[in-house]
Design a protein around this ligand. Sequence first.
Ligand code: NAD
Ligand code: IPM
Ligand code: MN
Length: 330
Amino acid sequence: MSARIVCLPGDCIGPEVMAVAQRILRELAPDLELEDHLFGAAAIRATGDPLPDETLEACRSAAAVLKAPIGHPEFDAADVRPEQGMLRLRAELDVYTNLRPAKQGAVDLVIVRELVGGLYFGARGVREDGTVFDTCEYHPSQVERIARRAFELARSRGGRLTSVDKANVLETSRMWRRVVHEVAAEYPDVEVEDLLVDNAAMQLASAPEQFDVLVTENMFGDILSDLAAAMTGGLGLAPSASLGDAGPGLFEPVHGSAPDIAGRGIANPAAMLRSTALLLEHGLGRYAEARALEDAVDVALGTTPTPDLGGGATTAEFTDAVLQALAASD
Ligand code: NAD
Ligand code: IPM
Ligand code: MN
């Protein structure tokens, strides 16, 4: 079945890893229509807006959106920044469930990050006296819907859910904890525990194999997912899927645009390819192709590691290894 995939190539190493994903998709699923659109720093340069209307409309009507990382040092201090387009895209598509799996050896966990609320989207500004503020805001309905997604996921996996908050300090966290336990009543088969976020960071760093599914608010999830990635092979490996209740999902690596290695042909495309596998699975329901891609990436990671993994392979050599593994599994 043909489907239209909107591709957002992003900034710095973004276009390098997007080119890999597209090359693999053309082999693996040649019927897919891949359509590039302007986004991030490139869109600011061309239109003044990181998320032009035309790009947003294309995303809304797509079967799924595949996004490479955005962000560019040129705009770090600017009023209009690539990251603003990214937050707006997540909010416009209402992809509130961000799945960030981390798997290696005995560790096999998923962080379910709430993606369209909290500190990223609360009131912000500058008071007359010069005080600058960002506020963390959640409506109970936002917590309820993400909690339900997390319980469903836990039920389909190991049956254990850890809800991460800062209920010893924050009002939003106290409400979060109350709502999670209300929803828990509907899932008696899932074992649920609460964990304070500082302790969660310590536990993730010292004994990550204890976790199955973790659910947490936007900012905590941002930080803990980089930590979980570091514990399971590094940022070059960590994918994500952002899903709403209806409409297209958004699939992107956890890592950023890595300006420090851009243009050198050494970016690890594994996170981008694993995000592509999540798109095939969650976005299109094409499970066999998703599995084939995941397996081929695992093979290439073993035979042809890039420098971030201590190897010497270039992005192109890694890509060839993935294509070879795919051909071998045909
Ligand atoms: P980063 O994730 O880009 O890089 C952190 C470190 O990891 C760097 O040393 C980088 O070289 C390395 N790294 C990341 N991805 C890699 C890969 N695929 N292969 C090999 N090494 C890799 O984080 P940062 O440097 O803090 O942020 C850079 C820019 O990215 C910022 O503008 C930030 O806002 C943006 N960002 C974007 C996204 C996104 O679009 N999803 C996510 C995070 C950060
Ligand atoms: C991520 C990134 C983004 C976030 C930035 C680039 C806005 O760090 O996807 O983890 O904080 O959500
Ligand atoms: Mn992040």
